[in-house]
Write a protein of this length. Sequence first.
Lengths: 511, 424
Amino acid sequence: MTKKRNPISTESEWTFDHIQEYDHEIGRIAESFQLDTYPNQIEIISAEQMLDAYSSVGMPVGYNHWTYGKHFVATEQKYKRGHMGLAYEIVINSDPCIAYLMEENTMTMQALVIAHACYGHNSFFKGNYLFKTWTDASSIIDYLVFAKNYITHCEERYGIDEVENLLDSCHALMNYGVDRYKRPYPISAAEEKQRQQEREEYLQKQVNELWHTIPKLIDKDEPEQEIRYPNEPQENILYFIEKNAPLLDSWQREIVRIVRKIAQYFYPQRQTQVMNEGWATFWHYTLLNQLYDEGLVNDGFMMEFLQSHTSVVYQPPFDSPYYSGINPYALGFNMMRDIRRICEHPTAEDKEWFPDIAGSDWVKTLHFAMENFKDESFVQQFLSPTIIREFKLFSILDDDTKKDLEVTAIHDDHGYRVVREMLSQQYNLSMNEPNIQVYNVDIRGDRSLTLRHIQHNRRPLEKDSTLDVLKHLRNLWKFDVHLESHQQDELTETYHCSEEKTELDTPANDK
Amino acid sequence: MSYIVDRRLNGKNKSTVNRQRFLRRYKKNIKKAVEDAVTKRSITDIDSGEKVSIPKKDLSEPAFHHDKGGIRDMVHPGNKEFTTGDQIARPEGGAGSGSGEGQASDSGEGMDEFVFQISQDEFLEFLFDGLELPNLIKRQLRGIESFKYVRAGIVNDGTPAKLNIVRSMRQATSRRIALTAPSRRKIKNFQKEVDQIETQDPSMRDESRLLYLIEEIQKLKARIKKIPFIDDFDLRYNHHVKKPIPTSKAVMFCIMDVSGSMNQAMKDMGKRFFILLYMFLKRNYDKIEVVFIRHHTSAKEVDEEEFFYSRETGGTIVSSALKLMNEIMQERYPTSEWNIYGAQASDGDNWNDDSPACTKLLVDEILPYCQYFSYIEITPRRHQALWREYESIMESCDFFSMQQISDPSDIYPVFRELFQKKPA
């Protein structure tokens, strides 16, 4: 391209005018690629403020709790000693979409970050089905403000210790405070109604049949039928606590709800790491290259950008000292780019593997992929043999009954499908987290709560932390808590937590 | 459309509360670290922050997660030589990494210590937590000799220098509004009538009425003008009252025995004790001075350097130091202005005839003017002559105390013992 260069900026120092201009140009190009975004709110912050943002796990407003203090102390420590750099940006799934830019960044980095966060992540938040169904970008900031004020209010009324203790218990179960399968009602529209129902429900609970203490006459002749409560096992433990724990006060229920809501808000992010980062990286790469093609940035800019970009998408091999799992930026970026390649220049192999998308309009196809998948299904659907070869992926079977590890598949014709299946499962959160559900409450007896753990591939629970979590669960439930670990319908371990002690029974101990 | 906001000027200490919550929760660990630090640290850098380490296990937030074992499939990148079906020896230290990224570290397994820094202020906060200056209240009640003026609202009388212009003008404005209200209301009514008449056809006008009205309006306006813009009784003055303030200056007398029997290690212990005391007083008083007195057979006021590091030999006459302290007190530190603290360190050796003289000096001349006087005996051996002598004072006087230090690690506990908050 012989077009005359007319760069927006030539110096590495950024200015507000330049940021505005870059944003304008990047926005224009993004629109031409049909990126649909929330309005952007770009906030320039200092390194100290970035540290603050870090420790509140990216929530712009967070309630006070020691664990955030711990994060803060840890990051501050690491940062001050130079053990880590700070991220260039943090972006929040809200409407308008808030992106933090660090003042230390150079002009190039600011432009990169704007493309990455304000147009990449932003359009992902707005378009992906998980975010659409599970989060409400327009109300999250308000909700966080509400949560912070509510918890402060509770601290004033009931004491810091009391609230802290409750939050500790809720945090221990935070990963079990999300609905995985159930679709939620549209949050903001029905919110008011929901609130009101809840209040009614609470009043109702005062006379709830469930906790009737007058025993019913049981016909002795009739074979005693085992009634379980809840009828179906419940995956959302915190929800179950909020609605059913017998002795919680209404403010405690509200706090359980707050933790649950926040967990739910972050749940889509945990499920779409590869896609989200891959999408944002793909777009910053594409958008900035387009800027270059249009002559709006110079070679120096591109050199700096590419240097940073390549280090972000580097995938160290498994035997490298820097290896810590698959780099979601690398995998995501390469898969996104691969989809474009399959659309634009399909090979015979691509045509066989992806008959639907080979040769189609790449912008449309890529948007379709972004909107309708999560990491697990995205890998399952779009991981091509090309990528498997590029990454030289191989799968390993680790069976503790065998002496050695076994290589079950590599990047060859027999292996592609296996590797793809395995990698997809690796991103299945419900496989990585133990499958634990509320199974039964002894409503006629000692009100004890029983959880059931279904082992997958014989993988056991980590004992110490399980006992600790049960202590927290007991703290919420206020009656004894049991956890049964099942392996193919066979009970292998039972954890008990009562006021006096927590312990683990294995069948061997029982005998 | 994008908005670009500069947030750099917003507060950057959003995490302060969370940090405090964290410190609050681990108070016990931090306190222990601080106490250890005091006994181990070199003497001169007590005035800085401290590293605190907490076992990671105590900090962990538990969550359900998998243990090792069972069957796991993992996908890794960067295959070089493996083909399907290869058997690989299990790597040392568990079943490899991969699918459960970061799990192990999140769960707090592993016995690493979580190390972090607390600031100097926080360090001292923990160091002196639960300690108080004895006799502080008594002095505040007894010696009210200095005052400061504090604002106490607005009054009607005062000197011109204290005139409160805003309040005076407000008063004047409201007075004018109040006094002119009836006239202005009348003017308004008349004016309305005038306007009405003027819209009528000239031939229909009641000219006499019009004239009368205009005249009335003129009169009323003149009356309004006569009301003074500002009057004597509009004036308001700032009011101040005299408030007694407790003396916030303190002087600390450090008295140390430098006779031949005190070796460098003993003096070091003395110094640490004095530094602790100094830091502690500094947190309680705005201004603090230190007087160093050292003695063997005769006493001398010296500077810090000489106090701690120069060596002397000879016998010991403790009363010489007390005498000097008394003189300096009377000369430079009147009790009306100064809170006086005394700290004496000695190995307890004294000229036999001198001990009763010391007691007499202390009881008659020094203790009545002192806030607190502490004596530490630095000796690994049994109590010496001076201790037995002082024991009699101990019984009769509340704000005299003594302790024995035989080892550097004793210093901080002894210090705490001396200044422990006592139930009222």
